[in-house]
Design a protein around this ligand. Structure first.
Ligand code: URA
Length: 209
């Protein structure tokens, strides 16, 4: 089974608590998600390989570390994934972005595919799939399957909140994909919402209902 990392940094936990509050404004929710995405991206990229290169500072030559090896792709599960990707691109501006369009059928809770666009060289890249909520796990499982079908071999999954049911379902389907999350909540309710959760991440991010 793949590793699940709960990123329990105090700044992340504090910002997540603010995001959960139901009176939080759309603008504030969006800003907090962007801030948290930087901190989560820091953790999910912690083990990226570096190589020493020769440079010259204004004072002296030196050998200094630079990122080496695989290039990154951030794969956003539309639409709420975009709220995480925007901040992550601040941190890694050279990353490519894939978009996976899935919506959840509210009755079956199954994902329905409607869009897919990814860089052609997925096989050579580290693909970090992002969606704020890992609830039933159905969308995440399907998005990663689509990306693997398109060539992705080295994949990680990053979310803000997870339900135990979603973590288990995802690990069963993709045992090779490590999961990073800020918290694992209690459970799912009958409508497939995470409890206590924060509601519908897409609606809260974009002010829709
Ligand atoms: N998607 C959301 O946005 N929120 C949930 O609680 C579950 C799925």
């Amino acid at each position: 089974m793949a590793a699940v990392t709960v990123v329990d940094h105090p700044l992340i936990q504090h910002k997540l608590t603010l995001m959960r509050e139901k009176e939080r404004s759309t603008a504030n929710f969006r800003l907090l998600l962007r801030e948290i995405s930087l901190l989560l991206a820091y953790e999910v990229t912690r083990d990226l390989p570096v190589e020493l290169v020769d440079i010259e500072t204004p004072v002296a030559p030196m050998r200094a570390p630079k990122l080496s090896g695989k290039k990154l792709v951030f794969a956003s599960i539309l639409r709420a994934g975009n709220g995480l990707v925007d901040g992550m691109l601040d941190l890694v501006p050279s990353a490519r972005v894939a978009h996976v369009g899935l919506y959840r059928d509210h009755e079956t809770l199954q994902p329905v595919r409607y869009f897919f666009k990814a860089p052609a060289d997925l096989t050579e890249r580290l693909v970090i799939v992002v969606d704020p909520m890992l609830a039933t796990g159905n969308s995440a499982v399907d998005a990663v399957a689509e990306l693997k079908d398109a060539g992705a071999r080295d994949v990680r999954f990053l979310c803000l909140l997870a339900a135990p049911e979603g973590v288990a379902r995802f690990a069963e389907a993709h045992p090779d994909v490590a999961v990073f999350t800020a918290a694992i909540d209690e459970r799912l309710n009958e409508q497939g919402y995470i409890v206590p959760g924060l509601g519908d991440a897409g609606d809260r991010l974009y002010g829709t209902k």
